[in-house]
Design a protein around this ligand. Structure first.
Ligand SMILES: Cc1cc2nc3c(=O)[nH]c(=O)nc-3n(C[C@H](O)[C@H](O)[C@H](O)COP(=O)(O)O)c2cc1C
Length: 216
């Protein structure tokens, strides 16, 4: 499908069919798209947790009333967590991975040690202004975009969810001990025939381009 059509047709699903589960191979393709998400200096400062079936119950207490019904009836839940704090070891791991993936084509000039200095420099710039948490959190929202559009491309419905108790999630999954902080959830599944938010019932509402774009 043309990407514009995909953007026009995906929407936030509010009611899922609890009997329809996303096949594992489709879920794997969505996860692979998420893995390929770009991030500043390729830092990939995130970790993902996938819940389905009984494991979804682990987080049911973090979901407020207005989101519970969709949480319970969806097929899979993805929790996107940001690294916070981001440590030198995290930066070194990115550099080693880039080396293993063959990114350093001129080893005399480019190597993991040099790459570390560059990445650390940029990470520190953001740390001074916003703190790592904010910078890493922003990268996580790029992964959220990948998740929503990858799902749509594979015919899977989704719901981005900021309406959850992130602090309680961190506590329940002991994320602080892993230097992680919850950012956002994504629900995946297939819409119920009664979904109230389908585009025929509630057309997409966005400002016109002329109202949000200034060509300089
Ligand atoms: C970061 C983010 C958080 C959101 N959190 C929730 C949520 O907690 N519950 C919900 O039902 N919808 C949530 N939404 C859905 C938005 O309300 C929806 O994307 C917006 O109204 C545009 O509609 P559309 O996605 O159908 O195009 C969230 C969307 C985003 C991008």
């Amino acid at each position: 499908m043309d990407f514009l059509q995909l953007m026009q047709q995906r929407y936030t699903t509010k009611y899922y069919d609890p009997d329809k589960k996303v096949p594992e191979e489709t879920m794997q393709k969505i996860l692979e798209c998420i893995r390929l998400t770009p991030s500043a200096v390729n830092m990939q400062p995130w970790h993902f947790f996938l819940l389905s079936g009984n494991s979804k119950q682990k987080l049911v207490s973090v979901i407020p009333d207005f989101n519970v019904q969709r949480y319970q009836s969806c097929s899979h839940v993805l929790l996107i967590a940001a690294k916070n704090p981001l440590n030198d070891e995290d930066i070194r791991a990115v550099c080693s991975n880039e080396d293993e993936c063959g990114r350093f084509t001129n080893p005399e000039k480019e190597n993991a040690a040099n790459a570390f200095k560059g990445k650390k420099h940029f990470a520190d710039l953001h740390w001074r202004t916003d703190g790592y948490g904010s910078w890493c959190g922003k990268q996580c929202y790029i992964a959220l975009g990948s998740a929503l559009y990858a799902a749509a491309a594979y015919g899977v419905d989704s719901t981005p969810v900021e309406g959850f108790n992130a602090a309680l999630t961190d506590e329940l999954l002991d994320l602080r001990s892993l230097n992680l902080q919850s950012q956002v959830l994504v629900l995946f599944g297939y819409r119920s025939a009664q979904d109230s938010n389908t585009l025929d019932k509630r057309p997409k509402a966005r400002f016109a381009l002329k109202d949000i774009l200034t060509v300089l």
